[in-house]
Design a protein around this ligand. Structure first.
Ligand SMILES: Cc1cc2nc3c(=O)[nH]c(=O)nc-3n(C[C@H](O)[C@H](O)[C@H](O)COP(=O)(O)O)c2cc1C
Length: 208
């Protein structure tokens, strides 16, 4: 995408133009992967950044389970939609991003001032719990991909998988529900499809 727009040419951005390229302009959804591992330290570094993004009342309900080992990948394989299976099996790591419906458990630590009143509001309101968990976990999923890209990784997000199957296989005995999956690694950049259109500002946004 062009950066010829005058507001993008300003040199006082908080991060450099090159960083904006890395996170947004050059970054593409990857579906083919180089045979290059991603270290546990790097996976931890993604989380370390992503966890700082804002969530409602600081509930941080997203959970990230990194599927890396051959054994864990084998459990994932049959649960992927056909079109996502090959890209997932060849990716060095696949993050299962979920939301924890039992996020209230951590309120005393994460939101000490609001903990008591929020817990009371949530106690008999599973719809509200689910909305809060999904809304903030979705945001955290976005922060997660931005963090991964900022650290030099490529992302391949996916919604095409057996949700109930993943929940049974990976989140049994917990209140965590799968939200989306994200392959991580170093993509084969000449394998990407042409960039699809995005809506223009006037189609998607308004300044009121
Ligand atoms: C939540 C989510 C779910 C997606 N599901 C899939 C999927 O199941 N399979 C797939 O190949 N791509 C999937 N994608 C990738 C999108 O199609 C891709 O990000 C979009 O077309 C933009 O492509 P670009 O990032 O290369 O510009 C998904 C992306 C997101 C964010």
């Amino acid at each position: 995408m062009s950066n010829a727009e005058p507001y993008l040419a300003q040199d006082d951005h908080a991060i450099s133009d090159a960083a904006l390229d890395t996170i947004f302009r050059s970054a593409r959804t990857m579906r083919q992967w180089q045979d290059k591992p991603v270290s546990p330290a790097l996976l931890m570094a993604i989380y370390d950044l992503a966890r700082l993004g804002p969530t409602e009342s600081n509930i941080t309900p997203a959970r990230f389970h990194f599927v890396v080992s051959k054994e864990a990948k084998a459990r994932l394989e049959p649960l992927m939609d056909e079109g996502n299976r090959k890209q997932t099996m060849s990716a060095p790591a696949t993050a299962i991003i979920g939301y924890d419906l039992d996020f209230a458990r951590t309120l005393p630590t994460l939101a000490p001032r609001a903990a008591e009143s929020l817990a009371a509001k949530l106690a008999d309101d599973p719809e509200r719990v689910k909305l809060m968990a999904m809304r903030s976990a979705g945001l955290q999923g976005g922060y997660f991909m931005v963090a991964a890209r900022a650290l030099g990784l490529d992302c391949g997000p996916m919604a095409g998988f057996d949700r109930n199957g993943i929940d049974r296989e990976f989140f049994a005995g917990t209140a965590i529900k799968s939200y989306f999956l994200c392959n991580l690694g170093y993509g084969v950049s000449d394998s990407v499809r042409p960039r699809a259109a995005r809506l223009g500002f006037d189609e998607a946004a308004k300044i009121l």
